[in-house]
Design a protein around this ligand. Structure first.
Ligand SMILES: Nc1nc2c(ncn2[C@@H]2O[C@H](COP(=O)(O)OP(=O)(O)OP(=O)(O)O)[C@@H](O)[C@H]2O)c(=O)[nH]1
Ligand SMILES: [Mg+2]
Length: 374
């Protein structure tokens, strides 16, 4: 590397000197004004100049020419320093992006799990609670297994046979499957104990069709059926069927109908141990189920039976209601047959069903990852 300084009255003349002296490949290192003149520092690669375009010999007077004292490796060092700075900038930028991505990756499993829980039909509140306590810092599939186990744990399950009393009353919204449930439970007892041990009462006096439905079932199985409308007729029916396991069917009403409370109050006034069961249709709106359950004093319902699981698109909504209302599940029905379509269940079984249902409504890949966890 050869470095020279050129001084002239203006830039144009100084550049002309550089060009004449060092050739067209010369590099301009500095251009400054000194005592009214322009000083240009220029350099040329000697090797290149020798092998290629050799600079023409200097025609300048010696006084205008000055050997530059700056050592070649000092300039090279400066260039190296600049290059290092540039590389450090690139590196800082890259590392900054990397650490952001790492943070995003630690958050990602949580959001994947949240999406799955919401797809199952769980409320944001329950999904959030499950994730807060059971999935932090876990990889997706490990976290998913833990979250599902925690969901199953929150679901209480019970067995009707374990509950005290031999009178069972069934409540629920319109058309959810109350009469079918009464018939199924009675049918199960008939198979086990015989028809002489089972009896039915209906409080559904509002529609003639409702009574006919239960009457034809009682006739077919050879068990008594009484219709009651007040405290007196209800007590009379119970006396006549003393010693039997009795199932009371109620009229389906909306959660806003005062008569729902009336039927419940009538049965409670008996002052006998009664198992109060709620039928919750898996295909109904969770808000409707929650409002129905709220009609009952806390802890007075013995449990719930989930109906129409076969018609539901997801089970999360009803599972959410069971958890928030602290209702133990006693079984579920998934078809119209009586008594066959009533099944016993527990928390893990329900969670498995909930996952399978979600799977059916989702893409095969989502289904695979959900299935892998149960
Ligand atoms: N697919 C399906 N249908 C069911 C199930 N349980 C009951 N059903 C049907 O739902 C309809 C209503 O059933 P009911 O047992 O009469 O319901 P309910 O709650 O007594 O109705 P109301 O007394 O009118 O309020 C009937 O057609 C039943 O066959 C179930 O688990 N799956
Ligand atoms: Mg009915």
């Amino acid at each position: 590397m050869r470095i020279e300084k050129y001084t002239a009255k203006d830039s144009r003349s100084a550049m002309a000197q550089v060009r004449a002296e060092l050739g067209a490949d010369a590099l301009i290192l500095a251009n400054r004004r000194v005592a009214g003149l322009i000083e240009i520092t220029a350099a040329v690669d000697v090797e290149q100049a020798v092998n290629g375009a050799t600079p023409r010999a200097s025609k300048r007077p010696a006084r205008e020419r000055e050997a530059v004292s700056t050592p070649t490796n000092e300039i090279q060092l400066k260039a190296l320093e600049r290059e290092l700075q540039r590389l450090r900038g690139i590196l800082d930028k890259e590392l900054g992006t990397r650490s952001w991505q790492e943070a995003a990756n630690t958050r990602a499993p949580q959001s994947v799990l949240r999406q799955r829980l919401l797809r199952m039909g769980l409320s944001r509140k329950l999904a959030g609670a499950l994730l807060d306590h059971h999935a932090s810092g876990k990889r997706v599939e490990a976290g998913w297994r833990q979250v599902l186990a925690a969901l199953a744990e929150r679901l209480q399950a019970s067995d009707l046979e374990q509950l005290p009393g031999n009178i069972t009353a069934v409540y629920g919204g319109t058309g959810v499957g109350k009469t079918s449930t009464v018939a199924r439970l009675a049918g199960r007892d008939i198979q086990r104990l015989g028809p002489e041990m089972v009896g039915l009462i209906t409080l559904d006096n509002y529609r003639i069709g409702a009574q006919e439905q239960l009457a034809s079932f009682a006739d077919a199985l050879g068990i008594p059926l009484f219709s009651a409308s007040d405290r007196h007729t209800l007590s009379l029916a119970l006396r006549k069927m003393q010693g039997r396991r009795i199932y009371i069917d109620t009229a389906g009403m909306s959660q806003h109908d005062a008569r729902l409370q009336g039927q419940y109050a009538l049965i409670r006034e008996l002052r006998k141990p009664v198992r109060h069961l709620m039928v919750l249709a898996a295909s109904a709106q969770p808000s409707q189920c929650r409002a129905l359950a709220a009609n009952f004093a806390p802890h007075t319902l013995s449990g719930a039976i989930i109906s129409k699981v076969d018609e539901a698109q997801s089970l999360g909504g009803v599972l959410d209601v069971l958890i928030s209302s602290q209702l133990p599940v006693l079984g579920y029905s998934d078809g119209q047959r009586i008594p066959e379509d009533l099944r016993r269940t527990d928390g893990m079984d329900l969670v498995r069903r909930a996952v399978q249902l979600t799977e059916l409504g989702n893409s095969p890949t989502a289904g695979q990852s959900l299935r892998a966890a149960v």
